[in-house]
Design a protein around this ligand. Structure first.
Ligand code: ASP
Length: 337
């Protein structure tokens, strides 16, 4: 039997048109364009319904409420479809993919985010293949998690990151093997599917707009300048460190700030500025202070996944110590210890 997929349009370059000040989304436009793509009507394609969200957004403008709106659209239709393809802007697609991987609890259906670097209204648009292949993958019955498909690569959603601002192979997941590669054929690579507790029903966990910050260290960073940020208002901080979790100054100037942050109830998660590899707190004298101060190791999580996970765990209402422990646990295949 043919699979039935719901194609949800949230905005992004794929459906944009040229405006006076650059590309912008246009309501009611994309459905007509899709009508002109004859491959979408091929008998090999799964059946699909198109749904356009309103307002359509450049994904740079997306925030937690928009992730909730997308989650709600999926949840409403969860039992009526075999899978979902989400058309989305590339700028924050990896954040949304990571967020949905946490929000869609006990989901065992494919949710594939895709978009394009070149709008469908222009020649050479990469949007045609991205939509067609995403629909084929969603209808294949081979995938049961939140993924991102782009430029021939199927990536685990919470492992993906945008690697190129203008290349057509815009995304990759340097810390997680690709789940499939689409060349002449779609080749599904062997991988461990996320474990799903079949006794539990699918549910949507909406996220709260908890105040979260991301701080990238750089040579010469003056930590005291950031002191004022560390109030009880800031619940979670993702610290993007050098290499395996190292910070300048052997922690001398950062330590008091971390201590202040902890006493104010903020959790500091250490991620690496390197796209590939893992944080290993204590491996160097330049990361030991973070370990001693009780910072959380983000291991090989992307910043996108760490941010989404913080939102998720705070929204679940866990205590600070529970969140601290769960941040270091593998919940949705988002990290390798
Ligand atoms: N600014 C656009 C967006 O993220 C970029 C894109 O879709 O490629 O919505």
């Amino acid at each position: 039997m043919k699979k039935r997929i719901c194609l949800i349009h949230t905005g992004g370059t794929i459906g944009m048109v040229k405006g006076e000040n650059g590309y912008l989304p246009k309501e009611g436009y994309l459905e007509n364009v899709l009508e002109t793509i004859s491959d979408l009507k091929s008998p090999e394609m799964p059946d699909f319904d198109f749904y356009e969200m309103s307002p359509l957004l450049d994904s740079s403008n997306m925030a937690v409420d928009d992730w909730n709106r997308i989650g709600e659209e999926i949840a409403k239709r969860y039992n009526s479809y075999d899978g979902f393809v989400i058309l989305h802007g590339t700028d924050t697609m990896a954040y949304t993919a990571a967020a949905l991987s946490f929000m869609l609890e006990n989901s065992n259906k494919p949710v594939i985010l895709t978009g394009s670097q070149i709008p469908l209204c222009e020649i050479r648009s990469d949007g045609v293949d991205n939509i067609i292949t995403s629909l084929l993958i969603a209808g294949s019955g081979r995938i049961n998690e939140v993924c991102l498909y782009f430029g021939g690569r199927l990536l685990r959603g919470n492992r993906a990151t945008k690697m190129s601002a203008d290349g057509l192979l815009a995304f990759d997941s340097p810390n997680c093997p690709r789940l499939a590669e689409a060349g002449i054929t779609i080749r599904y690579l062997p991988y461990t599917k996320p474990e799903i507790d079949t006794d539990k029903e699918f549910s949507l966990c909406k996220l709260e707009n908890v105040p979260i910050g991301v701080l990238k260290v750089f040579p010469g960073i003056s930590f005291p300048i950031f002191d004022k940020l560390m109030t009880e208002k800031l619940k979670g901080i993702v610290l993007e460190t050098f290499g395996a979790g190292n910070i300048p100054g052997e922690g001398d100037s950062l330590l008091p700030i971390i201590k202040k942050a902890f006493s104010a109830g903020s959790l500091i998660t250490v991620c690496s500025q390197c796209p590939q590899g893992t944080v290993s707190l204590g491996a160097y004298a330049t990361s030991s202070p973070l370990k001693e101060a009780g910072a959380i190791s983000g291991y090989d999580m992307t910043t996108e996944a760490a941010v989404a996970k913080l939102y998720y765990l705070f929204s679940k209402g866990y205590s600070t110590s529970e969140i601290k422990a769960l941040m270091e646990e593998n919940l949705r295949s988002e990290l390798t210890k």
